[in-house]
Design a protein around this ligand. Sequence first.
Ligand SMILES: O=c1ccn([C@@H]2O[C@H](COP(=O)(O)OP(=O)(O)O[C@H]3O[C@H](CO)[C@@H](O)[C@H](O)[C@H]3O)[C@@H](O)[C@H]2O)c(=O)[nH]1
Ligand SMILES: [Mn+2]
Length: 744
Amino acid sequence: MVEAKLLPLHEKIPRKNTPVRLADILILFLLFALLFYRLSSFRSRGVGPVWLLAFSCEAFFTFIWFLFLNSRWTPVIFRTYPNRLYNKIECGDVPAVDMFVTTADPKLEPPVVTVNTVLSMLAAEYPANRLACYVSDDGGSPVTYYALLEASRFAELWVPFCRRYEVEVRAPFVFFSREPDVSDDLPASFAQDWKFMKNEYQEMTRRIEDHIDEKKVSRLKDEKFIDFLNSERGNHPSIVKVIRKNKEGKDGIPHLIYISREKRPKHPHHFKAGAMNALIRVSGVMTNAPFMLNVDCDMFTYNPKAILHGMCLLLGSNEAASYAFAQAPQLFYGALKDDPFGNQLEVLQKSFGGGLSGIQGPIYGGTGCIHRRKVIYGSAPHKQDSDGMSYKDLRRIFGNSNELMESANQIIKDEESPLIIGELSSRVETAKETASCTFEQNTLWGKKIGLSYGSMTEDVQTGIRIHSMGWRSSYLTPDPPAFMGSAPVGGPASLAQFKRWATGLLEILFQPDNSPLTMTLTKRLRARQCLGYLLVSVWALRSLPELTYSLLPAYCLLAGTSFLPKASEREFLLPAAIFFFYNIYTMAEHLSCGKSVREWWNYHRMQRIFSSTSFLLGFFSVVLKLLGVSDTVFEITRKDHACSGDVGEEAAAEPGRFTFDESPVFVSGTALVLVHLATAGVVSLRWAGGAGSPGLGEVVCSAWVLMSFWPFVRGLFGKGRYGIPWSVLLKAGILALFFLMLCA
Ligand SMILES: O=c1ccn([C@@H]2O[C@H](COP(=O)(O)OP(=O)(O)O[C@H]3O[C@H](CO)[C@@H](O)[C@H](O)[C@H]3O)[C@@H](O)[C@H]2O)c(=O)[nH]1
Ligand SMILES: [Mn+2]
C-alpha cells in the first residue's frame, strides 16, 4: 500500500476540449472572413461612414473573440484530496489560517447575513486552534458588533452541534431552511437537538433584528459598547475587540475578533482594499497565520472542508508552492431561477476560471480566496529568505510598528510555521495602532504589499500584481462548492455592480505600474495570461462598439441605407452564419453546464444590456477620473438574503422582473429602445405606404435589439419601480430625438 503521505494532495488535470476549440476557430474564421469582405468591398464601393463604423465594430468583436478563445484554449481542472491531510491534522501539523470577513453597512448588508457567514467559518472543519476569524466593519456600527456577540454565544452550541452530527452546510439559515433529515445512521437525540437548535437560532435572529437600531444598542448601557458611544460613521478611532478566544484547543471554537479601522473624513480609506489591509495588519500582530482566507460578508462556507481543500492546493508539493492563492468561483445560494439578471455568471466563470487555470491561474476575485500571507507581503516565488529583512527596510515597507515588523519578518523568513503570539488581549492596543488611518503613510501598503489601491476592482488589480511577480494561482472547485454568496436582485443593483466592475477593470488598464500590458513587457505576467486579463479589462471599452452596432440597424432603416450585405447577395450568409453559430454555441455551452435555454437567453440579453448601459457609464467614470474631474466610488451592493427576515422590497412581488430607478445608468438603454421603437413605426408606415421593402439584415438586427432590451420595453409601460422614471425617460427621449434627427 502506498503510504498516505506520499499521495499527492491535488491533481491538475487537462480537460479535453476539441469540440470547443473547433467551434471557437470556426467563429473566428467567419469573423475574419467578414472583415476581409468589408475590406475588399471598400475597394469596389468606396469607404462610406456606415460601413467603416460597422467594420470597426466587427474588428473589435473579432479581437474580443480572439481573447475569449485564448482564455479557454487549454482548460484544466483541479482535484483535491483532503483525506490525505488527516495525518498532518492528527499530528497538529497543519498551518494556521486567518479568516477575514468584510462588512460595511448594516442597512445594505443585514447583520444576520454576516452572522451566518461568521458561524459557517467558526464551524469549519479544521483544527479550531489553528483558526481565527476577523470581522472588519467599515460601518463602525454597534449593531454589527452586537450581532457578533450574539453569534459568539450561539457558536458555543452551534459548533459542537455541527461536529457531532457532521452538518453539511454550516450556515444556520441554510441548515434550518430544510426539514431535518432523520436517517437511521443519526443518533436518536438528533431530532430533539435539531428542534432545540432551531429554536435557539430563531431567538438569536430575533434579538439581532430587535437591535437593528443603533440607538437601542447604545442604550444597553453595557461597557462593551463604550467604544461606539462617541463614534459616528466615517469619523471614529480604531476599534478592535476580542469577542472570543479559543480556549479549548483544536476541538473548540476559533478566535473571533471585531475590527473597525479608524476613519476620518479627510483621509481616503480605499474602500474594501483599505479594509482588507487593516485586517491583514491587525491579524499580523495578533495571530499572524501564514494563510489568509477572505470572504465578503454574504459569502458563507458551503463545504465545511473548504479550507482543507484549499490547503490541498497550497501545501505539499513544489507545484503547490508556486501557487500564490487558491480562488473559488463566486457561486450563489438561493438565487433566482434561470438567473433573470444575468449576474450569476456560472458558465462564464467555469470557462474563464478553468481556462486561465491552464495558463497562470484564475484571477483573484475578492472573495472565497485563500492567500499565502508572504505573497501579500511581497515575497517572490520559490525564494526562501532565511535572514529576513533589515529593520530599516521592514519599517519602510510595513510601517512603524515593531510588532508588525517582527511578525512580517517571521512570515518572510519561514512561511509555514505558525507564530505563537502571547495573549491576544495584550495585542489589542498594537492592533489599533496598525488600524489607524495614518498608519499607511510613507509605507508600501496599497502599492507593493497588501491589496492594491486605485481601482474599484482591487481584487483583480492585486491578482495582476501577484501574477506579475511570477506566481501562479489555483482554482478551488470541490464538490460541494466551497463557498456561496448572494447575487444582487433587481435592475439598479445589478447594473451598478457591473458598472463598478467595468470601471475598476478599465482603471487598471490605465495604470502604468499595474496594467497587464506593461506587466507582460516588464515583469513576469505571461503573455496569454495578459490576454486573459484583457478580456475583462476592456469591458468598459466594449460599450462603444456594442452601442454603435445596436444603433446601426436603426440608422440604416431610417436613412434608407444598409450596413450588411443584401439578403440576395451570397455574402449575406457570412453575418447570418456568425449570428447563427454564435448563438447556438453559447446556448450549447449553457445546456452542457446543466442550464436551461431560458437561462442562456437571460445571460445573452443581460450581456447586451450591461454592455450598453453599465459599461458605458464605467467608461465615462474612468474618462472623468483620467481628466481629474471626479474620482470613482465603491457603491456597495444591497444583499437581499434569504436569511434576513425582510427580503428587500426588490424581491417582493415579481422577483425576476426588471426594476428601475432614476440612476443615469438607465438612460442609454432607454434611448436605444425608443430609437428602435420609433424606427419600427416609421418603417412600417413607409412600407404600408408602398415604399420598397427594408433590408432583411437590418430588420432582423433591429428586432433582435428590441428583444434583447425587452426589460426596457416593458419598463416603458410598467408602474412603480417596474416602470422607467420620468426623469430618465426625458433624458433618453432627448437623446433619441437627437439621433432620429441625425438619420433624417
Ligand atoms: O468601503 C467598503 C466597501 C465594501 N466593503 C466590502 O466589500 C465586499 C464586497 O462588496 P459588495 O458590495 O458585495 O460588492 P460585490 O460586487 O458583490 O463584490 C465583488 O466585487 C468587488 C470588487 O468590485 C470585490 O471586492 C468583491 O470581493 C467581489 O465579491 C463586501 O463584503 C463589503 O462589505 C468594505 O469592506 N468597505
Ligand atoms: Mn457581494
